[in-house]
Design a protein around this ligand. Structure first.
Ligand code: NAG
Ligand code: NAG
Ligand code: NAG
Ligand code: NAG
Ligand code: NAG
Length: 741
């Protein structure tokens, strides 16, 4: 319960890409995931092997049977079981066992947005193939009654589909739009705030699903705000929901892994996962492992970068085979006017749907209406139980931000509304259940001074309205690079809208989910990299509907090399904030050239990064010997569509030689010439400078040499290479940086 409160108390930031580190406990035993070295032969023999291995640490058959909660036998060979620490240690030394990880719990990390980034309703579509595309989401469940998921006009299910869907508690079942819905809760701990079925009691999963593939719903809005047609990127595509996130506990590794396995077996084409990753190596992180197995089967995984910005080095879900998405803002904001009794007006950010009934209202500062002297500190933040109801009743309250929800506290005490002062989160609108808005520190101080300058301070908070703002810019909360794990790999990959996105919601939760809120809506505004991720997953599905045979790497390359460059001036963290730039859907359909890769390319990369070959069995099912393998070539040993050089030495010039191969997916014959942009102090050369293609799918290789003069630690410099033909521009950002020491 306390965890639930914690998650919901920061709906913007914490709900919207689920990273926690709480392990489930019970009699000193915890859940562990045990990986075996070989690919499973078949389900029955694999399950038997799992029991045999467990028996080596358990006293009896019964003990072993009771402790195992899941056998993963389809894409990879592993099991989840409840073990003591000693048993886990012992198992990790077993011959057949590759690694043993404790199960951890992660946190969850549109109308207008599609027109804004250039996927208008009139965009060219291949409806027939789009109807065969299935997007799988690992999330909080889905509301099947939403208009976004009606199946009018949908044809029969794709032939390849092997997924299932049933009637569960409070879940009316699937149709031809939602074709799969399952839930995973292997810890079996009851959750009083959730329902054991694919139904979405949170709203997050319904929102992300409708952003990817929701039908067009005309006239959608939240209380008249953000009015327009709500629709997903691929309205003709199908949705499969794998519920792995639960209201009280978050999203656990063993459930995420089971969902990946199910999605791969069911036959999804794209996986969208807006869940927090952990900075663990690529052979220990469940999301990276699950996504690798998906990639082996031709399924691209798109994931949120996280909401821990603007601190540098916070980007999550950054494996090279994952497409990592940052959040950008579109050109509108929701603001409310605050008018003080002295006639001065200010503007705050947030969504409140309340017209003032009279004006003005008396206003006091939370700090001045504390219940007693001990509660003065928490009354400043208008925290629950800190204020005197008699002094709050009938008034507006000025609060500093510590946790969201002061409007709920104020309302509970008979207060009328809240002005919240904050240094952070001033680019995304918080939804209020009373008149309310968020102001910055400068404005906050002015209001607080005014309150203390008169005996009868008064104010009015007006209903929110839309204003135009310059865009795109990267959200303050969007996690930033550099990649904390691989100095050779630029992350995040790309940016997509993730601020104030309107999409479908659940009828099972009020808009704020907090006590006293009686506001419900079919659509809601949400912000987070969680909202940006399904935009890119939708475009991956869109690209795949034109090119059903493209590999995940080719689809990713198409999305990255066609992204719109963003402004360094407006985003001081440059590529560490936005990667290749802003998602550009219609261009991604026709990239001209792609940087393609197969699973062995990634294995060569991991060997180059220094991973011992024995650990790579978690990914490919057999132990390999890195030194007897063909080495990956060039500075980063990867055919990635972006390049990043880590300038290490203080005095000498750093040199990175990047080797790349592109495949022609555009017209032939065609000739591409290189255009290079090099920042000051960096020399970039490419050889050859011209690539000519006489046929489709022809490959051409080239070398990029980056020479960088010393830069100071924590600094970065941005350049680029663009291959240009008369019809295409294939652009790769090139970043030189020096990590903070
Ligand atoms: C779920 O279904 C049960 C049984 O029909 C019902 O009593 C309960 O109110 C429903 N819960 C919600 C949140 O709708
Ligand atoms: C503040 O807003 C009110 C209501 O819109 C308006 O009447 C008033 O003139 C404004 N005051 C100033 C100083 O702009
Ligand atoms: C606070 O907001 C006001 C009005 O929107 C603006 O003029 C001011 O520059 C802001 N101050 C800071 C520190 O952001
Ligand atoms: C790995 O391969 C190298 C070179 O082929 C060989 O010398 C080495 O013994 C091998 N290591 C293992 C553990 O097999
Ligand atoms: C590419 O470069 C060649 C010479 O290197 C030139 O003849 C050709 O016109 C260039 N093409 C384009 C599209 O710029």
């Amino acid at each position: 319960m306390s965890r639930e409160k914690f998650i919901h108390s920061f709906p913007l930031i914490l709900i919207l890409t689920l990273t926690g580190l709480v392990a489930a406990t019970g009699e000193g035993k915890e859940f562990y995931i045990v990986y075996l070295g070989d690919d499973p032969l078949n389900h029955v023999s694999a399950v038997q092997t799992h029991m045999d291995i467990l028996l080596s640490v358990k006293r009896s058959d019964r003990d072993a049977k009771e402790s195992v909660v899941y056998s993963y036998t389809k894409s990879f060979n592993a099991f989840a079981a409840k073990l003591s620490k000693a048993e886990a240690n012992k198992l990790s030394r077993h011959d057949q066992v590759l690694s043993v990880f404790p199960n951890q719990y992660h946190k969850l990390h549109t109308t207008k947005s599609w027109d804004f980034i250039g996927l208008p309703n009139t965009a060219q579509r291949k409806l027939k193939t789009e109807g065969n595309i299935v997007v799988g989401l690992l999330d909080t469940g889905i509301n099947p009654e939403s208009e976004s998921f009606k199946d009018d006009g949908f044809g029969p299910l794709p032939k390849k589909w092997k997924g299932t869907c049933g009637h569960f508690a409070n879940f009316s079942g699937c149709n031809k739009k939602i074709i799969g819905a399952r839930h995973f809760k292997l810890d079996r701990n009851p959750d009083p705030n959730d329902i054991l079925s694919p139904i979405d009691v949170d709203g997050h999963g319904t929102h992300t699903s409708s952003t990817v593939a929701g039908n067009q719903v005309p006239g959608a809005s939240l209380f008249g705000l953000a009015r327009g047609d709500a629709r997903g990127a691929v309205p003709a595509a199908r949705v499969a929901m794998y519920k792995v996130c639960w209201a009280s506990s978050g999203c656990s590794d063993m459930d995420i892994l089971a969902a990946f396995e199910a999605a791969i077996t069911d036959g999804v084409d794209v996986i969208s996962i807006s869940i927090g990753g952990m900075t663990k190596d690529y052979v220990s992180d469940t999301l990276a492992i699950g996504a690798f197995h998906a990639m082996r089967k031709g399924i691209i995984t798109v994931a949120s970068a996280g909401n821990d910005g603007p601190t540098s080095g916070t980007v999550a879900n950054h494996a090279p085979w994952v497409l990592t998405v940052a959040a950008s803002g579109i050109d509108r904001q929701f603001r409310s006017k605050v008018e003080l009794g002295n006639g001065k007006n200010f503007s705050g950010i947030g969504v409140n749907a309340f017209e003032p009934k009279q004006k003005p209202y008396p206003i006091v500062s939370g700090a001045d209406v504390a219940k007693n002297s001990e509660s003065k500190d928490s009354a400043r933040f208008c925290m629950d139980g800190s204020m005197d109801p008699k002094k709050v009743k009938g008034k507006l309250i000025y609060c500093e931000l510590q946790a969201w929800g002061s409007d709920s506290v104020v309302k509970g005490l008979g207060g009328l509304g809240a002005i919240v002062e904050s240094e952070q989160y001033l680019d995304a609108a918080q939804i209020f259940m009373t008149p309310g808005t968020v102001v910055n520190v400068t404005v906050g101080n002015t209001i607080n001074n005014y309150i203390h300058s008169t005996r009868s301070a008064s104010a009015v908070i007006y209903r929110s309205h839309e204003v135009k703002v310059p865009a795109p810019f990267i959200a303050s909360f969007s996690s930033r690079g550099p990649n904390p794990l691989s100095e050779h790999l630029l992350k995040p990959d790309v940016a997509a809208p993730g601020i104030d996105i309107l999409a479908s919601y659940t009828p099972l939760r009020s808009l704020t989910g907090r006590k006293g809120d009686t506001q419900y809506s079919k659509f809601i505004l949400m912000s987070g990299t969680s909202m940006a991720c399904p935009h890119v997953a939708g475009v991956a599905a869109y690209v795949k509907s034109f090119h059903p045979n493209w590999t995940p790497a080719a689809i990713k390359s198409a999305i990255l090399t066609t992204a719109k460059p963003m402004s360094v001036r407006a985003n001081s963290d440059a590529e560490f904030a936005y990667g290749a730039g802003q998602l550009n859907p219609t261009k991604a359909r026709s990239p001209g050239l792609v940087y393609d890769m197969d699973e062995m390319s990634y294995i060569q990369f991991l060997c180059h990064e220094g991973y011992p070959g024995s650990k790579l069995a978690v990914l490919i099912g057999l132990k390999i010997n890195c030194s007897s393998m063909l080495p990956g070539i060039g500075y980063d040993a990867l055919n990635y569509p972006t390049m990043q050089l880590n300038a290490k030495n203080d005095r000498e010039t750093s040199i990175g030689i990047f080797r790349r191969t592109v495949t022609n997916v555009g017209p032939s014959p065609s000739i591409y010439n290189a255009t290079i942009k090099a920042p000051k102090g960096v020399k970039i050369t490419v050889n050859p400078r011209s690539l000519s293609f006489s046929r489709a799918l022809q490959k051409r290789s080239f070398t990029v040499v980056v020479k960088a003069k010393p830069i100071s630690s924590g600094q970065m410099a941005s350049g680029s290479l663009a291959w240009k033909s008369p019809r295409h521009i294939v652009r790769s950002p090139i970043v030189v940086f020096k990590p903070l020491e």
